[in-house]
Design a protein around this ligand. Structure first.
Ligand code: COI
Length: 356
């Protein structure tokens, strides 16, 4: 698929843009979207940018029945020099293809997807909010569109990119949350779809989230599905602990999502010569560290929130407060550095940003 194949149909009307203080995560959408179709035998075809609009799909389209879909999330930022930059976008399209592999969806061309995204951003450039803590959240996704009720990989797909101006995930920017360690429900097991970014993983997490919210906790901490001992993720994020100086994140094991923020933090910590380890870590170990005063910090990481400090864990009925419920020094430094690089305010020593 070549760039010149792309058709652009501009919207004849322009939607009103929300004020920066009205931006909620994922509520407002820009004027345009990208779509490309896949038909078996023909491959990906008809890439186009069109006005943001509803989709027309048959009720029998396979996405509605068996959930064959994948998605990504990344952000575009406006720099103080009024340039537009993306943070490691090729990683998102590479991961989209890994998820595609798991869901039997055909790969997309990473270079073409990136070019298409840059064209879409250029068309809707005026939608990128400027204020501190804001960005343009980008949601690429692929759905199975073949009208068929048999359980098999679809022969037709649509690859779509929509974009949403967003404020910070939490109003305060970086704000400690209370977490309940999950015991009844499981997010994923090795051999399942846990390491793919597919809607079903998020649908299956909703019940645990609902139960924990009723108990006054913002998110759940997911343990492994077999022994219910080892820590996997927190809410829809990866998780890190600082114990007695060592920074630990669960090693990727097939059921944990390979987060781009997770990977960037590991690389940043190594760049700072701080001890970071990817390994198995049990809730028992975190509890012991807390008891002996060695649990210094805990935080979730993801594109949406960047860093989300954990102020308290509820485990087996015991409330374990971390950092007196305040944001730790490392969490703050990582948040400031990552968002600084993402917004073009801090030198990009690791070469992570790409200009649009
Ligand atoms: C992220 O942290 O970016 C996520 O994956 C959450 C998203 C599903 C809203």
């Amino acid at each position: 698929m070549k760039e010149h194949d792309m058709q652009i149909t501009l919207s004849t009307t322009k939607k009103e843009k929300p004020q920066a203080d009205q931006l909620e995560f994922g509520k407002h959408f820009t004027d345009h979207m990208f779509i490309m179709d896949y038909t078996q035998g023909q491959g990906w075809h008809d890439p186009r940018i069109v006005p943001y609009q509803p989709l027309s799909l048959e009720p029998s389209a396979m996405i509605f029945h068996y959930g064959q879909s994948v998605f990504e999330g990344l952000k575009a930022y406006s720099t103080p020099e009024d340039e537009v930059i993306l943070f490691r976008p090729e990683k998102n399209f590479q991961r989209l293809n890994s998820s595609n592999g798991r869901l039997c969806i055909p790969d997309v061309d990473v270079d073409f997807a990136l070019k298409a995204l840059k064209t879409l951003i250029s068309v809707d450039k005026e939608w990128i909010p400027q204020e501190e803590g804001t960005s343009l959240y980008i949601r690429p996704f692929i759905i199975a569109t073949e009208p068929y009720l048999g359980v098999s990989p679809s022969h037709k797909y649509q690859f779509i990119i929509i974009m949403s101006p967003v404020g910070s995930y939490y109003k305060e920017g970086i704000h400690p949350v209370k977490i309940a360690v999950e015991s009844a429900f499981t997010r994923a097991v090795n051999g399942g779809t846990g390491e793919a970014k597919t809607g079903g993983n998020y649908a299956s997490s909703l019940k645990a989230q609902e139960v924990s919210e009723k108990m006054g906790y913002a998110q759940v901490l997911w343990l492994d599905g077999v022994e219910k001992k080892y820590i996997e993720e927190v809410g829809s994020m990866n998780v890190f602990f600082k114990i007695n100086g060592e920074i630990i994140t669960p090693a990727l094991n097939g059921s944990i999502l390979s987060g781009i923020t997770r990977n960037s933090i590991i690389e940043l910590l190594k760049h700072w010569n701080l001890p970071v380890t990817e390994r198995r870590i049990s809730m028992e170990e975190v509890h012991e560290a807390h008891k002996s005063g060695l649990l210094e910090e805990a935080f979730g990481t993801g594109t949406a929130a960047v860093i989300s400090p954990i102020g308290e864990f509820l485990w087996n009925g015991e409330e374990m407060v971390v950092q007196s419920g305040e944001t730790g020094e490392l969490s703050k430094k990582l948040y400031d550095t990552l968002t600084g690089i993402q917004r073009g305010k801090i030198a990009d020593e690791l070469n992570w940003t790409t200009k649009v």
